[in-house]
Design a protein around this ligand. Sequence first.
Ligand SMILES: [Zn+2]
Length: 406
Amino acid sequence: MPTPVEIALARLEELGAISDAPSHLVRTFLSPANREAAEKILSWMAALGMETSQAPDGTVRGILPGKNPSLSPLLIGSHYDTVIDAGKYDGSLGIIAALAALESLKLETITLPFPVHLLAFSDEEGTRFQTTYLGSRSITAPLDSETLAAQDAAGISIARAIATESPTATAAPILYPAGTPRGYVELHIEQGRVLEEAHEPACVVTSIAGQSRLTVTLTGRADHAGTTPMPLRRDALTGAAACILAAESLAQSSPPLVITVGKIQVHPGASNSIPQTATFTIDLRHPDDEIRQNSLTRLHESYLRIADERQLHLHWLPIQDNNATPCDPTLTASLLQSLTAITGSTLTLPSGAGHDGVAISKICPIAMLFIRCRDGLSHHPDEYATPADIATGIQILTHFLKSHNP
Ligand SMILES: [Zn+2]
């Protein structure tokens, strides 16, 4: 008979093969592949003897009763949607590893005192609607009208997608009033290189970094590339270049601050025209909210200076401002004990990437376990975690479930 780890490895391949595209992996909110993945996960939960259900937004839940029905449930899980051209591990591993940990307990004929609710979220990445944490937000409160009105590239709103594409459009939502779950635990690949550098298979997460996103537009004057001498130019793109380098040097001088310019648009965008406008995005993250805000202020001041020197107009447009989410000290200490028991390590890390725990922290304490991934690569088809590291992650989760004090 295959072991829970062997089953988990096979399931990663099975889930990784369910895609909306023939050439690469992609599963977005309520897409055919997303719905097929949900059915697969439901069947795995049912095989474990869980009581299963699916919310209208696609969130899948399996309930494993505990010995004491009056105890509040422990939530465990991750998301089953993906980015475009994704790897097989981001999200899926957290669901499959949780199933394997529960299988391991079953093999040991252990019934936990408290119920476990395994949750698989239909959307965390926000690939289809540019929203984040859609599935995990929906278990904390009904989705608000602004979110439900968000549209995909085809003009279909979330509300319409649920009404017309969800296999369980009229089912009861899965909702947890604040304070009702005892906690939420998630295993996830690190999506960075720190564990690899430290030669450690896993670590416990201390907090999920706060994040600011904004759009910056510099406006100058479009002129002829051949007839306008250099001193007379008001070139928006060279101004943007100075701004982007200023962001890089600010982040380099204040680790663990990270700043990324991932997108830039230039108008008119012709080889023989001096750029009139340059619009670029800023993604700025730091685990400490005060330092993040101070860094934003410093960046803004340097941009005002650059714009002034170059006679450009600066438009600074904040898009998103999320505070850091600290993991719960008690639940995290308990997960750290399990990490140490299995690996001997006491390594902890802040998460630079966002996770479902950000949304779920509104209703209960959260804790996270990171598993090493090759080259820190994620959101990429070459994303990979070794079977040995996955086995270690499952062991840590199993140990945590067994030793968690109700
Ligand atoms: Zn993820």
